[in-house]
Design a protein around this ligand. Sequence first.
Ligand code: ATP
Ligand code: MG
Length: 428
Amino acid sequence: MGGALQAVRGMNDLLPGQLPLWQFVEQQARELFAAYGYQEFRVPLVEHAELFQRSIGEHTDIVEKEMYTFEDRGGDRLSLRPEATAGLVRAAIENGLLHNQKHRLWTAGPMFRHERPQQGRYRQFHQIDCEAFGYEGPDVDAEMILMSARLWRRLGIGGLRLRINSLGTPESRRMYRGRLVEYFGRHRTLLDADSLRRLEGNPLRILDSKNPALAEMIAGAPAITDHLDDGSRVHFERFQELLAGCGIAFTIDPRLVRGLDYYSRTVFEWTTTALGAQDAVCSGGRYDGLVAQLGGGATPAIGWALGVERLVSLMQATGIAAPAGPPGLYVVLAGDRAVREGLAVAERLRDALPGIVIEVNLGGGSFKSQLRRADRSQARLALIIGDDEVARRTAAIKSLRAEAAQQECAWEDLPARIGSLLRNEDGR
Ligand code: ATP
Ligand code: MG
């Protein structure tokens, strides 16, 4: 016999006790998107590997070393999605959504990257993702930020810091890249192995190096914000004005380059100081070239993704709890007749009071043991039906939270009585 099986490293179970905070985040995000006119979109977890190679880029960490890529039984090379944007763009093109149309979309779900598992970095993790297609101007860039800022407020999260940058157009970036290669070439002896590798394929990523030994040399590198084309510079300035006009604080960080090749112009990142090294909670940017690069018509686009694990950890670290669920009732049914009649009583109560949680005792048991279960449940009230109550067509109502006398109530009066008791205990 084999031993007990374990989950794949870096892929977490989410237990019922953890999920209220997740559901709170998901619910708030869902309401936020609806309020801004964003529509939900769902795409497969698996795509052709080529999609990610062509969009995220061959010389990125994700494609070079983090993708789960495999050959399926039919010989297709497939990848578990490491992020959502590429699949959304593929789907929008394939379904003909981008012919001179504008779309504001969101999606959420698991992403997969073969990284070294540690606090805040997992191999299956979850993102909430927001994308807008067909909007060229900086107004949508500002809307992206305003939405995320409002989500932090809805969740009670304070203290996140917003960094922004502009990566310009592919042309201006090519020129900047030349300057950078020249600069790093002059400091070649200082570069570590990672940076030397990036110098060939993706020199901008050196700016993103976490190696403290390189910090000083990197600080002296030419800044991309000094090498923007006129259009990108104006776009970036307008974007900043719009943020300032809405009271959003930000810092310009010319070293914010993001790890995916498809970005152009605006990029941004929300970071926290409360989680240690894995400090990016939400990041995104504009990718005006991606739709055309993947075979669609030229379509400006922008999006962001937030890491749900990191957001939830941050909320836990700062003492934010999910709001209490709806009030509940535990139904104690002692005796065969009580079970038979009681299930129907509970159903009628559910019809009349759809907003409350009604948990019926299952599997029988003595009054005493059922009441113990009621006490351990989340319920505020116990509804008790035994043979005597069935004979009188009544139920006893007992408070599980407050010192209050047990009261007897006719079945037909239960909805009104229970509704009012739960409302009162609510303080409403
Ligand atoms: P990092 O710099 O931390 O590696 P990233 O730039 O790779 O982040 P993105 O690809 O922009 O991250 O993904 C958006 C968000 O998803 C991140 O800001 C982060 O909150 C979250 N995220 C990314 N990778 C992971 C992971 N392996 N585990 C948990 N969350 C992650
Ligand atoms: Mg990463």
